[in-house]
Ligand binder design. Structure first.
Ligand SMILES: [Zn+2]
Length: 571
């Protein structure tokens, strides 16, 4: 059934989540890394599976999947801060925690929406009759739905590359902030928050005084946890032992870099004695304030210097060649570029303030990719010469240049299979030397995809439980962004939906857009369905033809009309 294939649009896996290379003035685009491959390999030690503790009732599981999970012991119960990247890892972690204290889990705090902090939750939720509270910032669910929903196909694909989930085990060194991504091990266990707040929230759970502060940084919904009686701080992903991901190459909404510095300053104002980040190992004593300070300084430096050079009129590609971390900062083990990089951050900061236009007139309306490739090839004496240039670049180990030439040959559709093979060689060679795991994994994964026999795999199966955690409005948003304009004409066509929950929604097709509204008149087609059945049908867990034929989804007209309507949202 074609429908089933096409409608599996959710839940591949958002992983989400979210050093120091001195960049030098150079003529090519290669990064000159101060960190070496040996250092990256050594960085894996940071993720040794272990429960760390300072004897103050706080315990952190490091190395179980990508993100840490923290347990705080209370009087008659415990709380969990970040539930790990899967129910599979959550269970393993909980078995370790129970050896320390087996009291029930009373609450789970999400430091932010990313899956490596939230996907383990249903394990705890299903464990107890008396369900634990799930506490998060008020915008966490919005961002989670967006990643599970309208952005899922592309974020999943790019996350798969960045975290190297499709790579053979021997190719994966680590993922910069963790050993590997564990989400593929079990269904997504995200549970919607039951307690949310805007700016800050103070509460006592199981006798533990907890303060939560909204702290935008790696994500807009980020929070940090402050335990005043223990002088312990849980900063979420706003600090970990690598240069921060001020931008992530899997794709992200703009990260407000100045806000990130402000959030670190707010953490510093508490003078914490213990730091339990959600990635990499915890810290105690004077190292905590020293590290928070050098980290915020590094971020502010990149932010301020980018703006200084922007204001002088430099373009992003020029600024990345002009900024490097000061030596004092770059030497910190917390600022090696094992996750974010200065260069990618600079471009993101530029884009955040000025948008995509560099200011350079040749880049406002440039020639199309194909036109540019044609001129390029003519300039070197034709397509065959261009191909010879590619071979020469590969022979000379000039691999970034090889990638750029292969872009043009692919646009020209010239010797595509040979070109792709050489492009894969270039990607693999760059990856082999890359000391940033994001770049390394992304390039290796792309090389795999260039193999003609490559078959993409779904990282995560979607489950009925997860569909229940996603609002119906997100399903309508997904339909809206999947409308295929080639399948419809411009005339108006209205389909009205009535769900068993009482919810009503209408899709009006007009001018090749799908307007979603609550209008309930002049319907060309009326659909009645159970909420969950409709979600399962769209997610590919049920076959549309069977749900309609069996009357599980009712229509007031020809059942084929509904199937035809669903067909408008397929490629
Ligand atoms: Zn994370």
């Amino acid at each position: 059934m074609r429908f089933q294939k096409y409608f599996i649009f959710i839940f591949l896996l958002p992983l989400i989540i979210s050093c120091s290379d001195e960049t030098e003035m150079e003529s090519n685009n290669q990064m000159e890394h101060s960190s070496s491959l040996e250092e990256l390999i050594k960085h894996t030690e940071e993720f040794k599976k272990e429960i760390y503790s300072y004897g103050n009732g706080i315990h952190v599981a490091v190395g179980y999947g990508i993100a840490n999970s923290i347990m705080v012991e209370g009087i008659d119960g415990n709380i969990i801060i970040d539930a790990s990247d899967s129910t599979y890892e959550a269970e393993i972690i909980h078995n370790q925690f129970k050896k320390i204290n087996s009291n029930p889990i009373k609450a789970i705090i999400y430091t932010h929406n990313h899956g490596d902090h939230t996907f383990g939750t249903s394990y705890y939720y299903n464990l107890y009759e008396d369900k634990p509270q799930v506490i998060a910032h008020e915008s966490t669910d919005y961002y989670m739905e967006r990643i599970l929903g309208i952005l899922n196909p592309i974020i999943s694909k790019r996350s798969t590359r960045m975290f190297g989930t499709a790579l053979p085990e021997e190719q994966l060194i680590n993922v910069g902030i963790g050993p590997y991504l564990g989400v593929g091990n079990s269904p997504v266990g995200y549970i919607k928050p039951t307690i949310t707040f805007q700016d800050n929230l103070k509460l006592t759970i199981a006798g533990i005084d907890i303060e939560l502060y909204h702290a935008p940084g790696e994500t807009n919904d980020q929070l940090f946890v402050w335990l005043p009686n223990k002088k312990a701080l849980m900063p979420g992903d706003n600090i970990y032992r690598t240069f921060p991901n001020l931008y992530t190459i899997r794709g992200t909404t703009h990260r407000e870099v100045k806000g990130w510095v402000d959030s670190l300053d707010q953490m510093r104002s508490f003078n914490p004695q213990y730091l339990f980040p959600s990635h990499t190992r915890p810290l105690q004593g004077t190292a905590v304030m020293e590290t928070l300070t050098i980290y915020r300084d590094a971020i502010q430096y990149v932010h301020d210097q980018t703006i200084r050079l922007m204001n002088k009129g430099y373009y992003p590609d020029q600024i990345i060649e002009m900024i490097q971390l000061p030596k004092e900062v770059a030497s910190s083990p917390f600022l090696k570029e094992f996750y974010g990089t200065v260069r990618w951050s600079v471009k993101s900061i530029f884009n955040g303030y000025l948008g995509w236009f560099s200011g350079n007139i040749s880049e406002l309306d440039p020639l199309s990719r194909l036109e540019e490739a044609k001129r390029f090839s003519t300039m070197v004496g034709g397509e065959q010469n261009l191909f010879s240039e590619l071979e020469k670049a590969i022979k000379n180990q000039d691999m970034q240049w090889a990638l750029q030439i292969s872009d043009r040959l692919i646009a020209l559709d010239f010797q595509v299979s040979k070109t792709k093979k050489l492009r894969a060689t270039a990607a693999q060679t760059i990856a082999a030397e890359a000391t940033n795991p994001n770049k390394r994994n992304y390039f290796l994964a792309t090389a795999l995809e260039l193999n003609p026999n490559f078959e993409s795999t779904t990282l995560l199966p979607n489950t009925k439980e997860l569909l229940n955690e996603i609002s119906m409005d997100m399903f309508f948003d997904i339909l809206s962004v999947r409308l295929n304009p080639e399948k419809i004409d411009s005339s108006q066509y209205r389909v009205c939906f009535a769900f068993s929950s009482g919810l009503k929604r209408t899709i009006t097709l007009r001018n090749k857009v799908a307007e979603v509204s609550s209008i309930d008149s002049e319907c060309n087609l009326e659909i009645e369905s159970d909420d969950q059945v409709f979600k399962e049908t769209l997610a590919g867990l049920r076959k549309p033809i069977i749900t309609v034929a069996s009357g599980t989804i009712n229509t007031n007209g020809e059942s084929t009309a509904f199937l035809r309507f669903l067909g408008y949202f397929t490629d």
